[in-house]
Design a protein around this ligand. Sequence first.
Ligand SMILES: Cc1ncc(C[n+]2csc(CCOP(=O)(O)OP(=O)(O)O)c2C)c(N)n1
Ligand SMILES: [Mg+2]
Length: 736
Amino acid sequence: MSKKSKKAKAPELTPDELRHAYRVAVRNRSMDERIVRLLSQGRVKFAIYGPGQEMHATATALAWHKATGGKDFGFCGHYRSGTLVSMWSELTGREDFVKDVLRQQLSKATDPFSGGRQMVNHLIDIPRGILPIQSPLGMNLGKAAGWAQAQKLMGMSNGFVAATIGDGSTAEGDLHDTMNAISVWSLPMLVMVTDNEVAISTKPSEGRGIKNLDKYAKAFDLEFFEADGNDFFACYETAYRAARYCIENQRGAMWHVHGLSRLNGHSSAGNYRFNLEQTDPLGVFGPELVKRGVLEQSDIVTRVPGEGADYFAHHDLGRIMGEEDAIVGRWMQEVEAEADPDPNGIYEWTRPAFPQVDDPADLSSRPRTNVTYAGALRSAHKHILESRPSGVWGQDVGHLGGVMQATAGLKDLFPDRVIDAPINEPLIVGTAVGAGMHPDFTALPEIQFGDYSLNAYHWLVHMGNLYWSSLGQAKPSVILRMPSDPFGGGAMYHSMSLDGFFSAIPGLVICMPSTSYDAYGLMLSAADYGGPVVMLEPKYCYRRTNGPAFPQEPDPSDKAAVKALKDHIRRGGIPEIGEGVRVPLGKGIVRHEGGDLTVVGWGRGALYGLEVAEKLAGEGIGIDMIDLRTIVPPDMDLVFESVQKTGRLLVVADDRPFAGFHREIQAQVVEAFPGVPTKAVGMKNVPAVSQNEMIEEHTVLTPERLEEAARALLAGAVKSTGAAGWNWMPSRYITG
Ligand SMILES: Cc1ncc(C[n+]2csc(CCOP(=O)(O)OP(=O)(O)O)c2C)c(N)n1
Ligand SMILES: [Mg+2]
């Protein structure tokens, strides 16, 4: 079958289709060269474009449209994919696409892709399967692979997805990540390498380690196709065959589009003078259509002797490009007159709105739960998997149920949607971002140990900025979970706290639940929310049963039922939690009330905070203990309300306070209440946690250190500077 479809014959193109391809190509060329002219006049600051890539682009779009019928499709190109997306847009009924590209080029409010937030050719059109093209080159591949994965998990058996990477960018690890995803998950995805034998200025001999793309593709069990990028007909045939191969076999392939020209240099940042030496694909395709009797000689653009750098000085546009150029010229004038974006709009599209959740009734009177934190997470996953198109992937999440047992039992229930992923964190998170952009799909990736999420750090940044940069069109519904804390002699790479690293990333919601109830309720709210959420889970908590009971738990007096529930969970079972439990995102909770000191904590910090609050209550000391639950965005109203009452603040969490999230809470409080005494306590400021448990204990947050800090604050060892002025003096001045 694979051999047969590798040779699938593309339907012959009609004269009208060929003329259409030519028209779209010259329209894009006209736009690009007019932009080059604006650059020379200083009317445009920066441009990146595609002259030299027009013919493989129109051929490819035509071929893919015929191969797919325009359905179950996804494509993530790069900044030279403008003509391809232009042709695809026309074939799928979108008009005046080039005018929209101009709007982006001129950063207008009317730019439908990004409202002036993004560079030109950073396109998106989710309903047409056009995924957000972003500047980090290789990451466009990962999004496409994720989109393919979601299509597959949603049962689309005819899906087809493609992505573009330039020849120089094949050195990025992203290609390796995506090739692994395509190979292991058998994704119907085509990796299209557009090869112009240069990367800005770097030559292949300097920048390309893969010497043989054919062998490279085969090593991943991907089929390999190649074509001369200046040959429209070869590209059309190959693009069709490659797409049909992927669709019929539901497998991946690589397509090497070689021999491409780069006619205006890399971008406007370098020499963008039109290059008259290289092959111009329009100069190949036009005469070919004349030879075939599809066009007249007077219809096509031809090279003429001319002076200077301007493309138009060296070309007679002919009838078709003349017509298109007139339209583009008119559009340019119209777009130049359109409104600029309102600078006051920068806060719009920062993140999706939070779902409305009734604040849970006061749960403090509930008995303690018998559901472990891991058990609650299993149940939350089950609920999400049952109720919406979704998938779980991560290392060992399937057969083993995750090393923390947070996904135990799920693979038996959802064998195809709970997936043991390759050991590649950028693959896990990147594909989740792509999958989560499907309007209907929720991706539930797990990172085995939070420490290794740092391999995928850029994906978190990317996930956080997609919504804003696309005016809400890219909305990755991703709940990324990972353990995050020092625990039990885990040593350096099984002990990191991630709150400090992640809270600095814009656009993410970050939760760190400390109780089973919150772990469950926040995860379900995150699924309803539909934007990117990171759940940091203390390893300390997985086997514990902290917080209030769920409504359906057996009454504590029913000892047999309680034992049965505990045994079920201990053996890896999934507890039934029932409908309706939700915890609002962005809302903290007061775990203990008191008027002397505000303690703000999250994760294990919140549990220790409660422990200390209860202990000090015995001495008549009143602690207001706030568990933030969601650390970003933090519930500062709740914190301010408490500090207003107590006049003192202690921030506690496992992570290092140094340059971390503790300091954000502290700083906001100090800004709101100048001079209020504050302290932050967490891990000591050393590079890592040691394996030796004595040293670990000495390094990390402990209830004793928390209590010590609380007492110091209460004793006034940290004095208010508000009334008395600065009370700090360099130690060298302190004598005696
Ligand atoms: C991850 C990343 N690193 C660096 C850059 C800066 N950059 C933009 S284009 C480019 C060269 C890309 O060359 P190639 O992949 O051959 O594509 P071409 O521009 O030739 O089409 C570089 C290094 C980037 N955009 N993304
Ligand atoms: Mg290149």
